[in-house]
Structures are given as C-alpha cells and as structure tokens.
Design a protein around this ligand. Sequence first.
Ligand SMILES: NC(=O)c1ccc[n+]([C@@H]2O[C@H](COP(=O)([O-])OP(=O)(O)OC[C@H]3O[C@@H](n4cnc5c(N)ncnc54)[C@H](OP(=O)(O)O)[C@@H]3O)[C@@H](O)[C@H]2O)c1
Length: 344
Amino acid sequence: MNKIKAGIINVTGYAGVELARILWQHPQVDLVAVTGRSAAGKKLGEVFPHLECTGLTITAELEGKVDVAFSAMTHKASAEAVIPLMKKGIRVVDMSADFRLKDPARYPEWYDFTHPAPELLKTAVYGLPELHRSQIEAANLVANPGCYPSSAILALAPLVKHDLVEADLIVDSKSGISGAGRTLTLPTHFSEASDNVRAYNLSGHRHQPEILQELDNLCPSGSVSVTFVPHTVPMTRGILSTCYARAKSGKLTGGKEELDKIFSDYYRKEPFTRMVQQPPETKHTWGSNLCLLYPTMHEKTGRVIVISCIDNLVKGAAGQAIQNMNIMFGFPETAGLEALPIYP
Ligand SMILES: NC(=O)c1ccc[n+]([C@@H]2O[C@H](COP(=O)([O-])OP(=O)(O)OC[C@H]3O[C@@H](n4cnc5c(N)ncnc54)[C@H](OP(=O)(O)O)[C@@H]3O)[C@@H](O)[C@H]2O)c1
C-alpha cells in the first residue's frame, strides 16, 4: 500500500514532538513537513536531539503536499491554522480544543475567543474512537479529545450509556506536568512542581464542557452533572482519574463481578481500552496508547469507583491522533501504535 504524506503544525510543543516521534516510525506514513514559530529554519534534531534521525527541517509554514495535517497548536491559533487547510481539502486531526465543542457559545465562555468558523463545528467529529469510530472514518476534520476527558469519558461511558448510575458524577484526576505543555509557566517550574501535589481550577476547568458534552450524549435522559477536580503530581507523563458514581436503585446488585462484565462487553473490540484485574498505575501505560480501566464497587457505601490510566501525551494526545488518522485512512487501527508501555 502507498504511504500517505503527513505534516505537523507546531512540532515544538510536547504534543507535536510526541506526534513526530510516533509518526516517524509509522509503517504507512511519510512525515514530510513540520512547522514551528520560534524554531523555524532549525533542524528538528537540533531542537530535539532524540529526533535527529529524521533529517527534517522545521519550517514556518507547512511546505509541500500533504494528505493529512495534524495541528498541535494552542487553542485559537489552531483554528486559524486549520481553516485554510480545510479550504485546500486537506484532512486534519486537530489536537487543540478548537473543534471539540459543538456549541459555538462555549468558546467565549471557556476559551475567551469567538469561534472563527462555527460551521466547521457541525462537521468536525469528536475523535474518541471508542464512541465515534464510524463517523471518524468519513471525517475531514477530527477534533482530538483532551487528555483528562479521554480518561474520564472512557471510565464513565459504560455506566452512563446503560443508565446504571445517578447523574451526579465525580472525576478526580491527577496529571503529570507535561499536561501543561512545554511553554514555561510558574506552576511548572521544578521547584514549584517537584515534591508537590496541587488541585487547580476548582471553579471550572476547560475540559469540563467536553466531558459533559460527550456524557450527556450517551445518557438516556440527556443530562449528567460532573464535578471535575484536576491535580498536578510530580511526574512527567501520565493521568490517573478516579471516577465516582452512585448506582441507581436496584442496579448493579451484582457488584464488581457485574461491573467487570459490563465493562468487558462494552470495550470487547477495542484495541487500546482494556480492563485490568488490579488498579492500574500510570507507569502501566507510559509511552503506550493504552487506556487501562478498573471498575469496582465500594461495598460499604454502594458507590461505584472506576480507576482510569492513560499516558497524557499518547492516548491523551499524539497516539489517539494517530489512531484517528489510521481510522480515517483505512489503515489497521493499531498501525504505528503497537509499542508496549515503558517500565519502570
Ligand atoms: N500536553 C498535553 O498533554 C496535551 C494533551 C492533549 C492535547 N493537548 C493540546 O495540544 C496543543 C499543544 O499542546 P502542548 O502541550 O504541546 O503545548 P506546548 O508544549 O505549550 O506548546 C505550545 C507551542 O505552541 C506554540 N505557540 C504558542 N502560542 C502560539 C501562537 N499564538 N501561535 C503560534 N504558535 C504558538 C509555541 O511554539 P513556538 O515557541 O515554536 O512558537 C509552543 O511551543 C494544545 O492545544 C493542547 O491543549 C496537549
């Protein structure tokens, strides 16, 4: 099969550079173009020595012809980069939040900008393959999910879809510091972030509307409530989300055994989202595209608890973007993504 040509807009952030690493080894892709604002004109290997083998040069704009472009820009700037690509008929996977929310009014509310192309929000497909695989196949624009939402939605989807739990859901997430990106900020300084755990954005994190949008769509009554509290923990990669829900009266009386069966059936055909027999740890997913799930029942309170682990830069960003590209172009879904997690 002929290879397709791919380009990355903004290879200089953590999401973009992780994409370059995985795409370079993809059997059906030629990575031909990488862009970056501050590093334009430099060799990719000069900025990121681990990618020296690519021989690629970072350019200011996407050069040459590509079949697929990935945008790893920050929000707002990403929409501005994606709109001209769509006009040229290039298929795009956008890793920012700019096409994830269906309602344009959510953008000024959560992201402080007015969406420049609200018509594209109607056709963009939310790129969580476990929920939207058939729409992703035909999509020209895929909105790659956020890292926290990937872990939270996958943890709660079977419970919400089957109407097994009350609508009042709690998502308590811990993320490695790379989730905040490579751009320097005070909370990501070594002396602030190391040996330190902190909760942040308690009054509302930008990933909240995305989690709600997808769970509302799954919920038979059309509406759930989610209390989402993110934390940073002193590690580079990884997200562990602990999700809590109360079983509806008369539901889930079979306890953990029943939960195991519901989750196993729901994700039976999924290549990356797997049930595990012990609570997963972030190190069980590092560098891989896995989402590991452990549902259980807290017998004393009747609360359902689901632990969900991903690598924020792989299933939470670059790996999922490549999974989406594989689906869009009819490649085996696992192509380029077979790497096992790194341990220890
Ligand atoms: N980090 C994650 O775990 C993660 C997970 C899922 C999704 N994402 C999404 O992926 C995108 C990139 O995230 P990241 O973590 O890779 O960010 P990052 O490491 O902070 O990189 C952002 C890069 O964007 C460039 N940039 C910043 N503002 C810009 C602007 N106005 N115009 C053009 N370029 C600009 C900068 O590159 P130059 O210095 O070269 O200009 C910077 O290196 C974001 O939309 C983020 O929400 C990230």
